[in-house]
Ligand binder design. Sequence first.
Ligand code: ADP
Length: 177
Amino acid sequence: MEVKIDKAILALVQGDITDEETDAIVNAANEGLRGGAGVDGAIHSAGGPAIMAECRKIGYCPTGQAVITTGGNLRARYVIHTVGPVYRGGTKGEEALLRSAYKESLKLASEKGLKSISFPAISAGVYGYPLAEAARVALTAAIDYLREHDDITMVRFVLYNRGTYDAFSGALKKLIG
Ligand code: ADP
């Protein structure tokens, strides 16, 4: 599904984020930027070693922050690596950290002059964030950013499976009434 937020398009699609043609794709990384399972592994294997070479130079990214590297062999020119929180019951500041991961990624895209960006469902895999909540926080962060800034014209959420897509579309319908 697709909605307009001011002049920008916010789209939900089911698919593999490594196929995206937006200016940047976002990686759900870990603090050590070491790669790993899930979407992180998929991005490094599709993008090739140039991405990890830049990650090693950067070295570290705190939870809730974001860094940017080349997109290597991907269609996207850049990968923005952000670190979502590990879910520990919801009382350890998880929501603010997850919101920050999205916001800092969008800020980096703006600083680079990028127009389009694709996100996975950050923290909703191995990091254990409950899916419906992860979707609400993700979409609220994107909508708030698009309402406050007019440089980014396209935000896509690329959801890997049907359950994730349904959680995001359910949350979006609630948010936009
Ligand atoms: P985290 O450690 O932040 O939880 P994961 O990679 O474990 O990150 O999961 C985040 C989300 O990314 C999950 O919803 C998972 O299904 C999804 N995912 C895994 N591979 C891909 C891919 N190639 N494209 C898009 N999403 C993916």
